[in-house]
Design a binder for this molecule. Sequence first.
Ligand SMILES: CC(C)(COP(=O)(O)OP(=O)(O)OC[C@H]1O[C@@H](n2cnc3c(N)ncnc32)[C@H](O)[C@@H]1OP(=O)(O)O)[C@@H](O)C(=O)NCCC(=O)NCCS
Length: 175
Amino acid sequence: MATYPQHLVRHRVLFDGTPVIIRPIRAEDSGMEQEFVRHLSDDSRYFRFMGSMRELPSAKLKTFTEIDYDRHMAFVATVRCEDKELEIGVARYVAIEGADRCEFAVTVDDAWQGKGVAGLLMISLEDAARAHGFKTMEGVVLAANRKMLKFARQLGCRCYREPGDADILHVELQL
Ligand SMILES: CC(C)(COP(=O)(O)OP(=O)(O)OC[C@H]1O[C@@H](n2cnc3c(N)ncnc32)[C@H](O)[C@@H]1OP(=O)(O)O)[C@@H](O)C(=O)NCCC(=O)NCCS
């Protein structure tokens, strides 16, 4: 199993002053990650997974939490809640085979959106992708996902449509 990159753990503060930890995901987070996905609104889950699943299938959950921190990296944002660690956001990239590009996605719990969580996650994710030699991060966003498209533009992404595909936008960030 890959060594946990402890040096990437960050203590940060949200726009409203809430302390938050941004840290690489670990295998032990699988329960917390599943709870996070179950707790998303139908809209947020649909925008992230482009399907109607209510929770992650076990193989996908394993893939999402047992990562190599190199070709696949994921950061979670967590807060303390009644003495437990609660996941409020996650961002990940996965390498695209044979290229210096990776695909990314970011999701924040509905109750925690608009507080800077995604911005903090993306700072860590971009730094990690750059450190691992990636030159470009790309993503696919549903055209109806106005929040993500606005956020992507604020990150500096180029957003474009492929001809004939009205429902999807591609977002691309040079690192
Ligand atoms: C899209 C999504 C990830 C945004 O997450 P969020 O945590 O609400 O975003 P943030 O709070 O970090 O950003 C909120 C605002 O602060 C800005 N901001 C955040 N960090 C910033 C930074 N470091 N510098 C400048 N601005 C920043 C954002 O651009 C945004 O600006 P706005 O207030 O003008 O809209 C969230 O709505 C979500 O999870 N949606 C459902 C899942 C989804 O669609 N995922 C995308 C799949 S590809």
